[in-house]
Write a protein that binds this ligand. Structure first.
Ligand code: F0G
Length: 359
């Protein structure tokens, strides 16, 4: 009989702060595919590249891994409502898991700066949605303040239960490859994810499943790159709205992840992000939202500059599904809208447009 993946808490309970009697709120998150991408290996001139396709999670992003743990703990603590600040994916996940837990969710998003795919998820899962006149950093400040003074439970990644869930992605990589890759890259925004991978890989080393953790590479959008600037960015700007964050909450943990793993931070322009967004869909078959192409775009840039370390195996986490923010796929390289041709409902008309000769 086919085995159904049970979600990250049940699959990894012995490595998470949960026991069998704790409530578990799950939508079956985790167990996402690690997809070999020879086209990227060729582009980067390395032995192998695998994409950890986190868009395959129930709400379409890696956030579900941390939301199952955060909402389960909140339920165990008697919470009736959860609150999250978000650039879109956290709010989608918070809303869905709150429904599963029988709780209310409140989400604070930057007005006009989240994709409609993500907004539709929060609406679908009946979150109370407030569009804040400000950016993500303002939303997070408000969410923290509200959770301190009102009966709403904070489920942003400053909640340590989020990182506990998210670290399971590192476990899955090791389970599938049988080892850690040499280098692991991902987009870098509020810095929860790179901190969680660091936690996961460090535990794998401590448990002697791997000898060495991979070099962790966190890549930012150039207009929103506090880790490159070395200080918070007051007015972050990028088309990659998921990582449009100027004052990352997990600053210290990300610095530690970089230092401890011998990794690096990088940044790429919106143009470089969109180039890789297209490359991934056209050359690897993996459709991601633009922000999710940032990790691969960063490595490509380093390779072009001759600054990519000589490594054999690379894993790149692609964090969210392409359907989250599909508008970008419907534009050509020059930003013009792509409109598929209309045709009469006749085989001969279709064949003519396709330039097919009759057999
Ligand atoms: N990729 C996607 C698709 C994201 O949604 C995020 C963060 C990141 C990468 C960056 O991860 O913040 O852990 O460094 N999105 C958050 C949100 C901020 O509200 O959905 P990070």
């Amino acid at each position: 009989m086919a085995h159904q993946w049970r979600g990250v808490i049940r699959e990894y309970m012995d490595r998470l702060p949960f026991t069998a009697s704790d409530p578990v709120v799950t939508l079956g998150e985790g167990g996402t595919p690690l997809i070999e991408a020879p086209a990227l290996a060729k582009l980067l001139d390395v032995g192998s590249v695998h994409l950890k396709f986190e868009g395959m999670n129930p709400t379409g992003s890696f956030k579900d891994r941390g939301m199952t743990t955060a909402v389960s703990k909140a339920l165990g603590d008697g919470a009736k409502a959860v609150i999250a600040a978000s650039t879109g994916n956290t709010s989608a996940a918070a809303a869905a898991y709150a429904v599963k837990a029988g709780m209310q969710s409140v989400v604070l998003v930057p007005a006009g700066k989240i994709s409609w795919g993500k907004l539709s998820q929060a609406v679908a899962h009946k979150a109370q949605i407030l569009q804040v006149r400000g950016n993500f950093d303002d939303c997070l400040r408000l969410a923290r303040e509200l959770s301190e003074n009102y009966p709403v439970f904070l489920v942003n990644s400053v909640n340590p239960n989020r990182l506990q869930g998210q670290k399971t992605a590192a476990f899955e990589v090791v389970d599938v490859l049988g080892d850690a890759p040499d280098l692991h890259a991902m987009p870098l925004g509020n810095a929860g994810n790179i901190s969680a991978y660091h936690l996961g890989y460090r535990e794998e080393v401590a448990d002697k499943r791997i000898k060495k953790q991979p070099m962790l590479y966190g890549i930012q959008a150039a207009g929103s790159a506090p880790f490159i600037q070395g200080s918070p960015v007051a007015k972050p700007e990028t088309i990659a709205t998921a990582i449009r964050i100027g004052n990352p909450a997990s600053w210290d943990l990300a610095q530690e992840a970089k230092r401890d793993s011998g990794g690096a931070f990088g940044s790429v322009s919106d143009k470089e992000i969109l180039w890789m967004h297209r490359f991934l869909s056209q050359e690897t078959g993996v459709f991601v939202e633009p922000s999710s192409a940032t990790g691969a775009a960063g490595l490509h840039k380093l390779r072009q500059l001759g600054e990519l370390p000589k490594v054999n195996s690379i894993v790149i986490t692609v964090t969210g599904h392409g359907l989250k923010d599909p508008d970008w796929a419907l534009k050509d390289q020059n930003g013009r809208k792509i409109k598929p041709k209309k045709v009469a409902a006749a085989a001969s008309s279709v064949a003519e447009i396709l330039g097919l000769e009759r057999k």
